[in-house]
Design a protein around this ligand. Structure first.
Ligand code: HEM
Length: 126
């Protein structure tokens, strides 16, 4: 598949991933039953799988890999934190306070990933 198309899929699914995570966080805060709806459990996972598949495909096409290129190592590591904190926020967090803190932390990690992607630098603020 063409690199431009893959990048479009990657960026679009990244935006969708954030939007779905944000909305589910609002539902978590409001105690809305919508959080438990079937689609709300399936669609985000399908979208994130596509996001990662496009990422892996692009790393192969550009011969840039986590472990070799620092910015991709940083992105992949941060992605694990994004997923971990996201799970605490929407599922595992014992108290509302813990879940909201994890939800905010997860968003900070997301924007760090975007900054790393745009600058190709693991320390994008330098
Ligand atoms: C939530 C997770 C992620 C987000 C929000 C994200 C975001 C982005 C964005 C916004 C771009 C476009 C940058 C630009 O326009 O120059 C991009 C490009 C890219 N991302 Fe991701 N990304 C994520 C995860 C990953 C992962 C896990 C990998 C691989 C380990 C990866 C590999 C790449 C590659 C190879 C490019 C293309 C860079 C190029 O143009 O050469 N991304 N990403």
């Amino acid at each position: 598949m063409d690199f431009t198309v893959l990048k479009m899929i990657h960026v679009t699914t990244a935006v969708v991933s954030y939007a779905l995570f944000f909305v589910r966080g609002i539902w978590m805060i409001n105690g809305s039953p919508r959080l438990g709806e079937r689609w709300a459990r399936i669609v985000p996972h399908a979208n994130d799988t596509l996001l990662l598949a496009a990422a892996i495909w692009m790393t192969i096409l550009t011969h840039q890999y986590p472990g070799t290129h620092a910015w991709l190592t940083a992105k992949l590591t941060a992605l694990l934190f994004y997923i971990g904190l996201g799970t605490v926020a929407l599922k595992r967090g014992k108290t509302r306070r813990t879940r909201i803190t994890a939800w905010l932390g997860s968003q900070a990690v997301f924007f760090y990933i975007v900054a790393v992607a745009l600058t190709r630098n693991p320390l994008p603020w330098y």
